[in-house]
Structures are given as C-alpha cells and as structure tokens.
Design a protein around this ligand. Structure first.
Ligand code: SF4
Ligand code: SF4
Length: 414
C-alpha cells in the first residue's frame, strides 16, 4: 500500500492509516540507535520511536502539529534505517509519508502556509524536476567552474550553492563506445529521470552502452518525466502517484519488457508499477546483475581502488545493500574499499540537503573523512543525490557503478 491520498480521502482516512501503522510499534526502541538524526541531536523526538508517538498523537487528535512537532517530523531523512531493523515490521516509510501528507493538509488549510515550504516547492517544481531547465543550469555551473568562478557561483546561488558539487563532471572523453552487438535478447526502456538526466549524463551514457552490450535494444521514451519521489516524501502522494502513472503510460506505449532505471531513489519510487501495472521495474545495477552469465560481454581489467557508497534508497528502500559491490566484483582488477559508517545516511535524502543543510553536512562529514583516509581512485554511488552531496563537500568525482562497467566493456572491445 502506498501513502493514503489526501485528495481522495478526508483527513480521517489519513489519520486511520497513520494510526494503524503507528499501533504496530511496541515502543521497544531497537530502531533508535540506528537513526542518524537521533544520533545528531540525542533527542527522542528526532528518532523513529519519538516520531511515531508524535504521529499517533496527531492522528488521535491529542496533539496539534505546531512548529516544533513539524520540525521533528520534517527532519526525518526517510532513510528507513529504522524500518530494516524493526522486529515488529512497522512500515515506517509509509507512516512518515502519510504523516507528511497529513501535515501538508494542515498547512494548506492554515491562513499563512510556511513561506519557506512554498519557496522550496517552487524550486522543486520549476527547476529540479524540469529536465531542460536543470540541464541548462547545470551546464552554466560547470562553465563558471571552468572559468575559475566556482566559489562565486556557490555564493551567488544562495542556500542552493552549498549543495553544488565543487567540480561538476563534464562528459567523459571519449564516451564509452556503444556496443556493436545487434540487439537480439529484448527491448528495455531506460528511465533517466529529471535530476539524473541533467546531473548524471555520464551514468546515462554508460547505461546505454552496458545494456546494448548485453544484447538488448534500449528505448528512451521522450514523454518520460520526474518519478515523483520528492513529492511522495514531501507530503504530496497524489502528485507522486500522478507522475508514476504518467511514466507507466509512456513506457507501456513504448512496448518495452522492463523499465531500467538509472538512480536508486527513482527505482524505489517507480517500483510499485511492477505490481500495479505488471511492468518490471529494475534499477540498472540490479538489472545487470539479473542477466544470465551467457549474456555477459567481455570485460577488461580496471586497476582502480574504489570506495563504495551505498545509498539508503538502495540499501533500505530497494533492499539491495550488496548490489553495487556484486556488480563491481565482476570487473577484474578493482579493489573495493569500505567507507566508515556506510550504513548511515549521508544526509542528502532528496530535498533534505536543501531544507536542512546543517544536518546534511554534519552527516556527510564522517564519510568525507573516511574517503580522505582511504584515498581511493574513484568513489561510486548509485544515487545522483548522494553523489552530488558528497562532491559538494570535497573535490571528488563520484561515479555510478554502471559507469565502471561500461568503461570495462569498452576497454575489452578495443
Ligand atoms: S527514516 Fe531514518 S531519519 Fe527517519 S526516523 Fe527512520 S532512521 Fe531516523
Ligand atoms: S519502530 Fe519497531 S523497532 Fe522502533 S520502537 Fe517501534 S517496534 Fe521497536
């Protein structure tokens, strides 16, 4: 079940859904030490058990969501580390999404909805989810950096500037050459998303190369758009569902046997289409791992030391914590390194990096320290948000695992 849609149901149905999930919690506290925001503040209300209590109180009409309560619920990263360790099977992800939908309803009925929320919603809807606009803005940032004006750009971009990578990666030169293999095994649709298309062009190019090398035709339907993840976790489940449905229609019309997604958060958001529309949705790393051994193209040795970052959307939402390591293990020569605290959210968490930058940077710091000590040749992450956040804190180029595979395939075919 996805978050209850407040546009379809009156508040009481949303309250019932919240209450039903919250009452599964036996308040044992096993999840609390796994929560990154609790670790920062040491405040019960910033941990899963406290947040569940707050949501239960709101749903039962015993608590009014004032500014303090809203902040405790708002600062949750929806990383779902709590959910993976909960012995009672509390559906925390669904609970917090429903809780935010409940808060959004409250705020939309208020005489003065929070100006900050409006401001960030505008940024999300007018830039971050608009592929062309974001692509143009990204290229402008890159140009400014090449002119030696990166610091000025970060300052001029105001609060967004803190989240910009210190070095925006340009297209790899040369790009991995698409395979000469004739597609014979099937036809898959490549989902590149909105932020991913603009900020992750090398990974998208690598995905095309890798899929083709496995013998599949790659289709990129023009009508695809934002997956809706930012809306789903921002209290707008109806809009998230609308976007998911629109993407389903576009890919169904393209007649593909699977939607292969570049980006773990988008894959998690589109995942329910597998049940509701009988369309297979798989994140690119996972799709590649599912190929039969006979389909694998030749791969060449890459002598890199690779620090592996595992996004929460891959570890806790998709429940594929080992996928990146397993894929990279198929490339000879790579030495895989463990980043300290890899199981803990880096703080990016979709829009959270913009909404709560101090929290995001505090959570990133230990990871950057660990990466500095490891001194890898390459850092990999299967999520563009995490990659961008890490690269905003240090001069790093963070690549997606599929990029290394495509490089290895291209090297083997030379
Ligand atoms: S989703 Fe993450 S940040 Fe939110 S309560 Fe659970 S562990 Fe804490
Ligand atoms: S969410 Fe699960 S682990 Fe956390 S306090 Fe409730 S029952 Fe315990």
């Amino acid at each position: 079940m996805t978050a209850t849609d407040p546009s379809d149901h009156p508040t009481r149905h949303l309250d019932e859904a919240i209450r039903s999930d919250a009452l599964d919690c036996v308040m044992c506290g096993i999840c609390v030490p796994h929560c990154p925001t609790f670790a920062l503040s040491d405040n019960e209300a910033d941990g899963p058990r406290g947040r569940i209590s707050l949501l239960l109180g709101i749903s039962q009409g015993e608590l009014a969501p004032d500014a303090d309560i809203t902040r405790h619920l708002d600062t949750c990263l929806t990383c779902r580390a709590c959910e993976t360790v909960c012995p009672s099977g509390v559906a925390y992800g669904r609970l917090i999404d429903n809780g935010r939908a409940r808060l959004a309803q409250e705020s939309s009925h208020a005489a003065h909805p929070k100006p900050a929320a409006r401001h960030w919603r505008l940024l999300r809807d007018q830039l971050l989810t608009r592929r062309r606009r974001l692509g143009a803005a990204w290229q402008l940032v890159r140009l400014m950096q090449r002119l030696g004006l990166g610091g000025l750009t970060r300052r001029l971009a105001g609060p967004v500037g803190r989240a910009l990578p210190r070095r925006v990666a340009g297209p790899l030169s040369p790009q991995p050459r698409p395979s000469d293999t004739q597609p014979t095994r099937g036809r898959v649709g490549l989902f590149v998303g909105c932020t991913g298309a603009a900020m992750n062009a090398n990974a998208v190019a690598a995905a095309r190369t890798a899929i083709a090398a496995f013998g599949y035709e790659v289709v990129e339907p023009a009508g695809q758009g934002c997956c809706g993840a930012m809306h789903a976790h921002g209290g707008e489940p109806a809009e998230a569902r609308r976007r998911r449905e629109a993407n389903a229609a576009v890919f169904q019309a393209a007649g593909v046997e699977a939607i292969v997604v570049v980006g773990t958060a988008c894959a998690a958001e589109l995942g329910p289409l597998t049940d509701s529309h009988e369309i297979t949705v798989r994140e690119i790393t996972d799709w590649l791992l599912a190929r039969d051994q006979t389909e694998w193209p030749d791969v060449a040795r890459l002598d890199y030391r690779v620090a592996v970052h595992t996004p929460c959307s891959q570890r806790n939402h998709l429940r594929q914590p080992e996928a990146t390591r397993q894929l990279l293990a198929s490339i000879p020569g790579l030495e895989l390194l463990e980043i300290d605290g890899n199981a803990r959210c880096c703080g990016a968490a979709g829009m959270q990096v913009l909404l709560y930058p101090d929290q995001a940077e505090q959570l990133r710091e230990p990871k950057l320290d660990s990466i500095e000590q490891l001194a890898p040749d390459v850092v990999v992450s299967a999520n563009v948000g995490c990659a961008t956040h890490l690269a905003a804190g240090a001069k790093l180029t963070v690549r997606q695992p599929v990029e290394l595979l495509a490089e290895s395939i291209a090297a083997a075919s030379r």
